[in-house]
Every structure is written in C-alpha cells, then in structure tokens.
Design a protein around this ligand. Sequence first.
Ligand SMILES: Cc1cc2nc3c(=O)[nH]c(=O)nc-3n(C[C@H](O)[C@H](O)[C@H](O)COP(=O)(O)OP(=O)(O)OC[C@H]3O[C@@H](n4cnc5c(N)ncnc54)[C@H](O)[C@@H]3O)c2cc1C
Length: 323
Amino acid sequence: MPQILVLAEHAHGVLKPATGAAAGFARQVCAAAGGAFEILVLGAGVGPVAAAAAHYGAAAVLVADAPALQEPLADNYAHLIAEVARARTATLIVAASSTFSKDVLPRAAALLDAGMVSDVVGVQAEAGELVFRRPIFAGNVIATVRLAGAIKAVSVRSGAFAIPPKAEIASNLTPVPVNPGALPSRAAFVSREEKAATRPDPTEARIVVSGGRALKTSEDFERLVGGLADRLGAAVGSSRALVDAGITPNSLQIGQTGKIVAPDLYLAVGISGAIQHLAGMKDAKVIAAINKDADAPIFEIADYGLVADVYAAVPELLAKLKP
Ligand SMILES: Cc1cc2nc3c(=O)[nH]c(=O)nc-3n(C[C@H](O)[C@H](O)[C@H](O)COP(=O)(O)OP(=O)(O)OC[C@H]3O[C@@H](n4cnc5c(N)ncnc54)[C@H](O)[C@@H]3O)c2cc1C
C-alpha cells in the first residue's frame, strides 16, 4: 500500500490551492490502492501554512520550520524531502505541477533513486500497481505510464484533481528536526526581485482573460484585456505572439511553453487557437472566444464564440459590465 508524502507549496505565508489538488490526488490513490498520506511543509515561520494544510484529511502534517529554510533553495529542500521520505518510509512523493516542483521534485527523486512522472492528470490501480496518465505532444496524446522501483515521484496538474472538502478534524502537526549544518551548501540565496502582483495568478484563478496578436500595443492590452479581467475579478494571460512582440511579459504566457491553466472560464481575446496555446488552456471548464475570423481554430474548442473585432466588442462588453 502506498505511503504518500505530499509537498505543500506556499508563498508569503499562504498555502497555495494547488497543494489541495495534490492532496486530492493522494486521496484518490488511497481510495484506489489503500495506504495513507502525509503533508510536508518546509519553510520558516510556516505555522499558518501548516494549520491550513491540516484540513485536507492527511494522517499528519510534518512541519520543517527553520530559518535556514526561509528561501526555497532546491538543494536544501530536496535534501530534506529525501530525508523525511526515508524516515516516513514514503513510497510516493507528490507535488502540484509548478515552477517550485519542477525545481525541487526531480532532485528529491534522484536522491531517493525514484522514478518520476510529471504533469499527471489521472491515476488508477491495476493489479496492485499504480498507473498514471499524463499529456504528451502538447496535450494531443495521453500517455499511460508505469514507474519501476519502490519509490515514485509525481507532479500532478492542479486542474485535474479536486481539492478535498475541508476536514472537520485537523491533522496532527508533527515537527521535523532540521540541522542547518547538514544541509547542502553548494548554493546560497543572494536576493529576490518580485513584482507586486495586482491580479490573481492565472494558474489559480477561477477566470482567466487572455489576449492574442489582435492587441496591437501594451496599452491596448492593458485597457482591453486587463480592463476586462479587472471587471470580472480575473487573472490575465497572453499568447506567445504577444510575448515575442514584447507587448506582454513572459510570466503571462499560457501554453505549451508557458503556464498551464484550467479555470472555470477562459476568455480568449483575439487568439487564433494554435495547438501550442491550446495545450495550456483546453482543460478550462468553459471556453469563450472573440475573434474576427469565423474560421479561427479557437472556435473549434470554444463553448461560446463571438465573431467580432476586439476593438469594438471589448469596449462594448466593458460598458455593459458594472465596474
Ligand atoms: C515550440 C513552440 C512552442 C510554443 N508555445 C506556445 C505557448 O506556450 N503559447 C502560445 O500561445 N503559443 C505558443 N507557440 C506559438 C503558437 O504556435 C502561435 O504562434 C501563437 O499561439 C499565436 O498567437 P496568437 O493566437 O496571439 O496569434 P495569431 O495566430 O496571429 O492569431 C491572432 C488571431 O487574432 C485574430 N484577430 C486579429 N485582429 C483581430 C481583431 N481586431 N479582432 C478580433 N480578432 C482579431 C486573428 O483572426 C487571429 O485568429 C509555440 C510555438 C512553438 C513552435
């Protein structure tokens, strides 16, 4: 039976909802194959994060809270994850697919000599073995994957697994001793430059409004796409065409080489629907698109489509939506 260790992800003292999806995956595995899951929180001053993680129904929340863990240096975190996994005899290490887990999880897997599969969107037990499903070729093919070895590491797409309902009884918080002297010292934290985010993160938002090449300038993008997002309390996204043109920052790119999102509503404004873009948003529950070309591929997957010029349709929409 799998013993699962779920890595918590957090920022600015707040647990990220993607951790809930990783816990949802762990619960699904336990329902299919038995076993139990624990959540590991790493960081400094992470009491509130651990308290929030204690409501996902885990057998325990393991808390490694030390000043040396203030910054998520991948070497340090991977070292501790491997140590905790060994101590708890974990056989499955799980994290949400994210920049954080891309940095940390493969290193932990290597230290544990574990097989790893990323971007998992489905799991089942077959003859006592776990079988994972993950998209490949920009989401056009779903691969079914088995991992050899006693220990496995997986990252899971947060849109694919439901966050567990809040458990009435909180999990026990179990402190994990941290010996700063034993942490790897090959990398040292120097500084962090962070842009103050005024809008939600597209990977976590319920609604994402994305703009494409139809938007001619940064000002137009901000006025039309940003304006629409603000009216809807939504996150903002962008196609790669705008990133390449320097109109939007790389951090907004949705798609195969950008962020993967699965919001309740994805509104594509002047985006053609290239497969590389679809790879990042086609799991949205509802897709709406505005495009002046009735034959644009985006309309093939859109639930709602408006054939119109964005420079006319979006101001009209903005006028109709109450500020
Ligand atoms: C390896 C690789 C990885 C890639 N990764 C990504 C990725 O992660 N994300 C991504 O987005 N792309 C990615 N791309 C690029 C992708 O192939 C497309 O080039 C890109 O998505 C096109 O962006 P777009 O839809 O904004 O532009 P276009 O394809 O040029 O489409 C613009 C659309 O706007 C419509 N339009 C124009 N003017 C107006 C108007 N005034 N009103 C209404 N509609 C209008 C047009 O009809 C058209 O459909 C990748 C490509 C490669 C090769």
